[in-house]
Design a protein around this ligand. Sequence first.
Ligand code: PLP
Length: 433
Amino acid sequence: MKFYSTNGQSNPVSFKDALLTGMPQDKGLYMPESIPDLSSIFKQDNDLTFQEISFLISSEFIDKELSVSQVQDIIEKCITFEAPNYNIFDNVYCLELFYGPTLAFKDFGARFMARCMESFIQSANKEINILVATSGDTGSAVAHGFYDVEGINVIILYPKGKVSNIQEKQLTTLDKNIYVLEIDGTFDDCQKLVKKAFLDKSLKDKINLSSANSINIARLIPQIFYYAYSYLQLENKSLPTVFSVPCGNFGNITAGMIGKNIGIPIYQFIGATNSNDIVPNYLITEKYKPKPSVQTISNAMDVGNPSNLVRIIDLYSDIDSIRSNLLSWSFNDDETSIMISDISKKYDYVMCPHSSIGLLGLLKYMSMQSNHMNNVFLGTAHPGKFSDIVNPIINDTIELPKRLKDVLLLEKKSVELNNDYNEFYDYLLRTFE
Ligand SMILES: *Cc1c(COP(=O)(O)O)cnc(C)c1O
């Protein structure tokens, strides 16, 4: 399948090129040129496993660029944990996406992208070096996704002293092909160093650089898998199904919308945000007004310029059809905390702050509806990852999953660098040339 740019200036490219370049020259985002029709899968009763439905969906997008056994191999290596619908009460389910190595849904995108790159690189026979600047979560998902993947080195830059203890441990305790740089600066400084390296021809002549940022279409495709699987798990498929998604960059919900277009019977999407209310405002005013992000307790959603909105606009013909598919509301920190506390008290179920916003969106929608429906919200991270925020709210101590406890005992391994391009440049040549 070919992928075109939402800006329409660059030529359509293969899946491989969209994967390896990340972004078209014209600075748009890649979108699939045709929408596969898998609707028959969802019309009949079947007991496809999570891996089987993932294989069917990815085969459509990767098309003939990899062999059947290569695609099977990718899925077997990246879909190794479940994504269950947890029934909290009545018809309300949390689609729990936090059983991967870094306990958040970003594991799906990072692991799939890593295995796809691995497959294409094996045939090209040359090593690539992926640069990532991170403020926390993305970097650890990418590091774990690419860990021990052959032919790829990952170089992660994070701002010294500006990520949580758990995040830092998740970032800095891998070895092998993962290289972690602790930069004496801010996240923006890290991002500037990475951007400068990508534009530096003298560096690119010497080492092979690539990116793994969140706008890569290969990170969206695996996020379609779990909407499909979640739907297949529902007991009563004849009811209309609503998905409420806690949103930051709106990548996760865009994947769901592409999923609806390939035939998953989804009646309505709710894009729930924290106080960073750019998309809710856009739907009201039809004007896109990015703002500097404001800090909230759902910090992985603190995005003031949600990059995937252009994909959503591209999917639909006009604002009215966007509005009929997508409702978007913003919720503040107080509402987020109260929801965590209420659900913990009533149902003994603890959510992370992001997931709580998903439930807030869902309950608001349900209060406006009289119909009986399947109501699903996405649980995007394990609450234990945010125990510093969640513990005081529930007045209790969350039991950390074993994976998290283990990582806290490991020793941090990182290289400290000043916020200085020459130092970074020298490090890259010294290590990878
Ligand atoms: C990244 C992230 C989000 C937001 O997802 P987008 O695809 O950026 O909208 C929500 N929750 C958690 C835990 C995240 O890490």
